[in-house]
Design a binder for this molecule. Structure first.
Ligand SMILES: [Zn+2]
Length: 475
């Protein structure tokens, strides 16, 4: 018996009493939540970790696990992986009902284990928060780990991108096969000695590349000389080489060579998989989501699914639009678009949606509901979001609501937006009253993930206004 097998056997024998106590309490909390008809949450995970802090060490895990981490796209990628695997007969334990930190992972494994703590399902797809790596990877060792990308995010919690890189680099298990974005010079350098498969995307016909304020890597990590980009999709995502030494983006194993929208939110993509052409119709259009679909294809081809299996399943899965809702009323369109606040890359992407939309009004609900309880909330991220995208004649009004509205007003003025277009209020509920529908055809509500309640009431009010507004006033 080799040493690893011996140790595993030992752990099997030596599971402490506190583990079983936590397991039974956790299972009871699941039953209780069901009886109370509460939605499944992280709560059972918090219960087990309180009673047994090293619960993840002892709980049974699926034999084969795919995990997803990275700043943007984790949830989208995990959901697609789950849907496609399920469609092909793989029943997976997953944490898409709850959180991606240790409590969420514990809750997911707890839900799908027997009363003695053995995993019931053979496969697992887990979304894992980058910052939680040190608490998860020592015990949960994915066979395949997708890293979507790394960019700056939630500054107070995550500090800077190098800090997150180091956390991942020192905690991802050595045996995990990595699926990495070759167009991201930061995450593509993770765990240099691990087995890896790279994906990338060539420039897309008709794409409008955005030159963003934030670029999280600008110089060669080897010699410090400026990087030159062969192409750039957004922020620092693109193909680059050093202006002085031989450093360059890694060569992709799977590379998208063309993408074209086919209507209804889908796109036909062609890619080269180690020299062989493959084609798929994927349920997304925006570049950021095409990357997510490519990450999914790369992970599942590595997992062992065929081109045909993927192609069939993509047809059945829903268009990526979970955070996007559209209401049409009396000739006007209202779009509510969620972006994670304090994440300048995601927020800039959403602003890009309104960028060229005619006769538009934009409402910003970008206060972090939890952070703003402390007056010392960090507003640095406002200066990393590309508000300059709104400097455009088609954007007629900008309404900012929330306690931080004076900060956002300052930022919008610095971006060069004329003051007469901007209205602010500290109370989200008053935002609708500041909107003037005359001449406005498209209304956008951009909101942070924790201010749903304000968004919902604002949406109802604006819908009512749209119903009663004069149609002829739409120019
Ligand atoms: Zn160099």
């Amino acid at each position: 018996m080799d040493q690893n097998a011996f140790m595993e056997l030992n752990v099997e024998i030596m599971k402490p009493i506190r583990f079983y106590f936590a397991l039974i309490s956790g299972k009871l909390s699941i039953v209780l939540l069901k009886l109370l008809r509460k939605r499944a949450t992280n709560f059972p995970g918090s219960v087990v970790l309180t009673l047994c802090p090293d619960f993840l060490k002892f709980i049974g895990k699926p034999e084969k696990m795919i995990a997803v981490t990275g700043t943007n796209g984790k949830t989208t990628v995990s959901n697609m992986l789950n849907d496609i695997l399920k469609d092909n007969g793989y029943d997976c334990t997953n944490n898409n009902f709850g959180g991606n930190v240790d409590t969420g992972i514990s809750a997911a494994l707890l839900k799908d284990c027997t009363l003695t703590g053995k995993a019931k399902k053979k496969y697992g797809v887990l979304e894992i928060d980058e910052r939680s790596a040190a608490r998860i990877y020592p015990y949960v060792k994915p066979d395949i780990l997708v890293v979507t990308n790394l960019t700056r995010d939630s500054y107070r919690r995550n500090a800077h991108v190098e800090y997150i890189f180091d956390i991942l680099d020192s905690n991802i298990p050595d045996k995990t096969h990595l699926i990495l974005n070759a167009d991201d010079l930061i995450s593509s350098s993770l765990k240099k000695n691990n087995k890896r498969t790279y994906f990338a995307m060539q420039p897309i016909e008709g794409e409008q590349p955005t030159v963003n304020i934030v670029r999280d890597i600008t110089v060669c990590p080897l010699c410090g000389s400026p990087l030159k980009y062969d192409y750039l999709h957004y922020n620092h995502i693109g193909r680059a080489h050093c202006s002085r030494c031989s450093f360059c983006s890694p060569r992709a194993d799977i590379e998208v060579i063309s993408a074209a929208p086919t209507g209804n939110g889908h796109s036909d993509i062609k890619l080269m998989n180690n020299g062989t052409e493959e084609s798929y119709n994927v349920p997304c259009e925006a570049v950021i989501n095409l990357y997510n679909a490519t990450a999914v294809i790369t992970a599942l081809r590595t997992f062992g699914l065929s081109e045909e299996q993927l192609r069939k399943s993509f047809k059945k899965i829903a268009v990526v639009k979970t955070r996007y809702d559209i209401t049409e009323e009396n000739g006007r369109t209202l779009r509510c678009i969620m972006a994670k606040g304090q994440n300048p890359v995601a927020c800039s992407h959403t602003l890009g949606i309104a960028r060229n939309s005619p006769n538009s009004a934009v409402i910003l609900l970008w206060d972090d509901f939890y952070d703003r309880r402390e007056t010392s909330e960090n507003t640095a991220w406002y200066y990393d979001v590309d508000f300059e995208l709104l400097v455009n004649d088609n954007i007629k009004q900008i309404i900012v609501a929330g306690k931080r509205s004076p900060d956002l007003l300052l930022r919008l003025l610095i971006a060069g937006i004329p003051e007469e277009k901007i209205r602010i209020t500290e109370h989200e509920d008053d935002a609708a009253a500041l909107l003037e529908l005359g001449g406005i055809k498209n209304i956008y509500i951009f909101f942070d993930m924790y201010v749903d309640r304000y968004k919902d009431s604002l949406k109802e009010k604006i819908k009512e206004m749209m119903k009663n507004a004069d149609r002829s006033a739409i120019s």
